[in-house]
Design a binder for this molecule. Structure first.
Ligand SMILES: NC(=O)c1ccc[n+]([C@@H]2O[C@H](COP(=O)([O-])OP(=O)(O)OC[C@H]3O[C@@H](n4cnc5c(N)ncnc54)[C@H](O)[C@@H]3O)[C@@H](O)[C@H]2O)c1
Ligand SMILES: [Mg+2]
Length: 340
């Protein structure tokens, strides 16, 4: 209890609300008792088999369902589950008012009954990304990534023995060897290559018809950001990058948890002849600024009828107390607009 009070005092003494929230969250990750206390009255994001629960409001827009711990306790009782399922909730953040936010997957319970009781729908994460406002999408993506990680890391890869999570769900420990596992992400570089006039976009055979995107690739073990970037551009389109600059970063939940670092890169106009590796990309080509801008100004349903068009993922702008974060591909596109 003393530790609980210390953490609450420490976070309330801070002059900056951002610092206060970060200290509060760190306290929840480090101390199971503090975290259990916060779970008693928390905001809860529900999932069913990794699909988040969304509600539609009167204006027809979607939001994550606003549930509190007590709502979820009643829901579990109504669905015939005992309250112990609540112990599987995972910490994902906290509100501006230092209210803890958790997520919980109720995949073992009746989906339709849960939707009726909550007045919402469990929506596939990819669709949710396009339905939610900027601030909510990253939180839902983080929640799904953590829930997935817990569902697939129940055993130690060294001993085969069960692993046990801490109260926040920020780590799992092998009951036999004591090895501690932390949630895993794969670093990825996504890069918009330019020859000074045009930008380079490519498409994989699995992309929807006509859809083109900036080049991307996973970092190999031991690589720096610039090494990955240069290797991927060389491998996929046969060009040598001359210079690059970092743009922004984003957590990307597909197909699993990637940490995307977005960059701009330039190649010499004299050496801009593409040599596409068709085992990786179905096609890659240079696009003028006008082509990119007019494709972006075309509404998505019409874009499908008039390929090719570049990939424009949903905006995932979110606000912290001190700065804005804008997702990498939108920064790239905003820069194109400014150049134009
Ligand atoms: N243009 C794009 O391809 C594009 C656009 C937007 C987002 N993304 C995201 O970027 C990431 C990487 O894109 P990519 O598919 O072009 O990568 P990529 O060019 O590195 O090729 C994928 C291959 O890399 C190998 N690989 C190495 N490490 C891997 C890991 N940790 N996880 C999975 N495969 C690994 C696998 O053999 C896989 O088939 C994905 O998360 C994707 O969703 C890609
Ligand atoms: Mg690639």
């Amino acid at each position: 209890m003393l530790r609980v009070l210390q953490i609450v005092r420490l976070s309330s003494r801070c002059s900056s609300s951002f610092v206060s929230r970060m200290r509060f969250l760190n306290g929840l990750k480090q101390n199971d008792d503090v975290c259990s206390a916060a779970l008693q009255d928390a905001h809860m994001f529900l999932f069913h088999r990794l699909s988040p629960l969304l509600q539609r409001n009167h204006q027809g827009t979607f939001r994550t369902a606003e549930l509190r711990t007590s709502d979820v306790q009643s829901l579990l009782e109504n669905l015939g589950s005992d309250r112990t399922l609540l112990q599987e909730a995972v910490l994902i953040g906290c509100t501006e008012q230092n209210q803890a936010q958790f997520c919980l997957d109720i995949g073992g319970l009746d989906q339709t009954a849960a939707e009726e009781l909550c007045g919402g729908t469990f929506v596939d994460l990819r669709k949710s990304f396009f339905l939610l406002s900027g601030a909510e999408a990253p939180l839902v993506a983080k929640a799904q990534a953590l829930l997935r990680w817990h569902q697939t890391n129940g055993f130690c890869s060294a001993t085969g023995q069960p692993t046990h999570r801490n109260r926040a769900g920020s780590q799992r420990t092998c009951s036999s060897s004591g090895i501690i596992y932390y949630p895993k992400m794969s670093p990825v570089v996504i890069v918009l290559v330019s020859d000074g006039e045009r930008c380079l976009l490519g498409r994989q055979a699995t992309f929807p018809r006509g859809l083109y995107s900036a080049l991307a690739g996973f970092c190999d073990m031991g690589e720096t950001l610039e090494e990955t970037l240069s290797r991927e551009v060389a491998e996929e389109v046969g060009l040598e990058v001359q210079s690059f600059s970092f743009s922004s970063s984003q957590h990307w939940p597909f197909p699993q948890s990637s940490f995307m670092m977005a960059c701009h890169a330039s190649v010499s106009p004299a050496h801009a002849q593409l040599c596409v590796d068709h085992s990786e990309l179905e096609d890659a080509r240079w696009f003028s600024q006008q082509e990119v801008l007019s494709a972006l100004q075309t509404p998505p349903p019409q874009r499908r009828r008039s390929p090719p068009h570049p990939l424009a993922p949903p905006k995932t702008r979110r606000r912290s107390s001190t700065h804005h974060r804008v997702d990498p591909e939108h920064q790239i596109l905003n820069r194109l607009r400014r150049v134009h």
